[in-house]
Design a protein around this ligand. Structure first.
Ligand SMILES: Cc1cc2nc3c(=O)[nH]c(=O)nc-3n(C[C@H](O)[C@H](O)[C@H](O)COP(=O)(O)OP(=O)(O)OC[C@H]3O[C@@H](n4cnc5c(N)ncnc54)[C@H](O)[C@@H]3O)c2cc1C
Length: 502
């Protein structure tokens, strides 16, 4: 008797497969190999690269090429890593990866450091398998990296790109301390269209950058070749294998903001989240992404923020479902590409990206006009942090962030706008919002966060609306509006203070 033909699996079944069929991780590994088993033969788009140093000539016969990993903490799907390997292969040199760990960074807590270190541990293991020594250098890059380059006669340095002022300063400091004959380049491995290429100026909003980005996608939204096993052995290996536990114990960070258990650190776990998004939530993304009670979001922001998952990879995978979930795929590309790259654009071209001075004149003026308006409530930072306001929805959102490290995207807007309403000045509101966001959100300290707070409080990338007290012409949001959009009480019950009273 002929066997019954096996039913073809739907895209969602394939995407959510974790047994039997090919998983997203396996499919991704195969796609990379199809694009190129080595970056040497791959047509690398040099527009992703910009020269930081004055010298551009690689020294001959040096001790190797180094990739200084910073924002993009992953091996595969990383254009900066790939470019460094390409240089090393062209010169037949060893490749070394360095990560400079500062034991204390702004107000980062163990929630952030724990996630980062565990992700880096996975990076180190993957590097080992590929015969690429991974060096965890403890200290500021300007102190430890040039020393490493000198000691090991490194002939060229590649790093990734962040538009934020501290990492930009790190790059500049390293540049000044490098030997003159070591070329130093930066590769935008975070954005699909390199930030400096997408636009040469601060864009007014999504409507002015959207077309610029979409026009460039055909040349940049390509498959990645694989970072391959490196054939050129180094004369030296990593000084010793990293003692990750000792490293974790030595951090001088606030341990009162604990790690969260829903988000497993590392690229492998991140790609599994992408798989579950495609298999289970993508179909609801267009219709339900503004409903905090529904599981419709990707949840990928922590892995994107630490560079453990490449946004480009996520988009490549998500767009395969365009035939089935067109609106959701388009909405995801709008958020993950247009809005996210707009945030990088803002921070790169606006030095005061986290200050009221960084806002447009209309927004600064309208906020100033209303500074003296009477507030119905004024809360201290401590009251806000503890989620002790009169508004149960705001408190619930705050508690979600404090305890889970990720507030729902829709509520982030409401949350920040209420801080404007309940503090004495817009400057204070912005300061408090950024402080709380960066302290508790696992994806905090990100261009998206500064822009999110600036959008909510200072009208960045937005337009003027009907004038009202305190907000002036800044877009207003209220509890009644939220009630019209979703079951507010359900959310309030889920994050009720009683649930966290222990
Ligand atoms: C006040 C405020 C603070 C915010 N703070 C942060 C922050 O610290 N870090 C952060 O990554 N995002 C921040 N955002 C933007 C957005 O809310 C989050 O990126 C999103 O909620 C993350 O969840 P997700 O990955 O499930 O998003 P999804 O909805 O699944 O979106 C996918 C990706 O698109 C990008 N994205 C989504 N919405 C936006 C947006 N409005 N602007 C820019 N990029 C976006 C993110 O990279 C996100 O991971 C903030 C927004 C506001 C209004």
């Amino acid at each position: 008797m002929p066997r019954k033909a096996k039913r073809a699996r739907s895209p969602e079944e394939a995407a959510s497969s974790d047994g039997g069929g090919e998983t997203l991780l396996e499919g991704v590994a195969r796609s990379r190999l199809r694009a190129g088993s080595s970056v040497l033969a791959f047509a690398f788009n040099k527009k992703r690269v910009r020269l930081v140093s004055s010298s551009s000539e690689l020294k001959e016969a040096s001790g190797g090429i180094s990739y200084w990993m910073s924002r993009d903490q992953r091996v595969q799907d990383n254009w900066a890593f790939l470019y460094a390997q390409r240089l090393a292969l062209q010169q037949k040199l060893p490749l070394h990866v360095c990560f400079c760990l500062v034991p204390k960074f702004l107000d980062a807590t163990i929630r952030h450091y724990g996630f980062m270190l565990k992700g880096l541990q996975e990076v180190a293991e993957e590097c080992k398998e590929l015969h690429i020594p991974f060096h965890l250098l403890i200290g500021l890059a300007k102190d430890v990296l040039p020393q490493f380059i000198n000691e090991h006669d490194i002939g060229g340095l590649v790093t990734d790109f962040s538009p934020l002022r501290v990492p930009l300063q790190w790059v500049d400091d390293v540049r000044k301390n490098l030997p003159d004959d070591v070329p130093f380049v930066q590769v935008d491995a975070h954005n699909i269209v390199p930030c400096w290429f997408a636009s040469s100026k601060q864009e007014y909003g999504a409507r002015t950058i959207r077309k610029k980005i979409h026009d460039q996608l055909p040349q940049f939204l390509t498959e990645f070749p694989a970072v391959s096993r490196h054939p050129h052995n180094s004369k030296f290996t990593a000084e010793q294998s990293v003692d990750w536990d000792a490293c974790y114990a030595s951090l001088q960070v606030d341990r009162t903001v604990g790690e969260v258990d829903w988000a497993t650190p590392g690229g492998t776990a991140g790609l599994r989240v992408l798989q579950s998004f495609i298999g289970e939530r993508l179909k609801f993304f267009n219709t339900d992404r503004n409903n905090p009670n529904k599981a419709a979001l990707s949840n990928l922001s922590p892995w994107f923020h630490f560079g453990q998952v490449s946004v480009q990879r996520a988009v490549l995978e998500v767009q395969k479902y365009g035939g089935k979930f067109r609106e959701s795929v388009d909405a995801f590309i709008e958020e993950a590409v247009v809005r996210r790259e707009l945030a990088d654009n803002f921070c790169f071209y606006n030095e005061t990206y986290d200050k009221l001075e960084g806002a447009y004149a209309w927004a600064r003026n309208t906020l100033k006009d209303h500074t003296k308006d009477r507030r119905t409530h004024i809360y201290t930072l401590e009251q806000l942090e503890a989620g002790k306001t009169h508004d149960p929805l705001w408190n619930a959102a705050q508690l979600q962030m404090v305890h889970e490290g990720k507030m729902h995207g829709f509520l982030r807007m409401y949350w920040a706008k209420k801080i404007l309403e309940w503090t004495s000045t817009p400057e204070t509101a912005l300061k408090y919002a950024i402080y709380l966001n960066d302290r508790f959100e696992l994806d905090g300290r990100d261009p998206n966060g500064y822009v999110g707070c600036m959008w909510s409080i200072c009208g960045i990338h937005d337009q003027g609306w009907a004038e009202r007290a305190v907000f002036g012409k800044i877009r207003y949001m209220n509890y009644a509006g939220c009630k019209r959009k979703f079951d507010v009480e359900q959310f309030e019950r889920r994050y009720h203070p009683k649930k966290f009273s222990h």
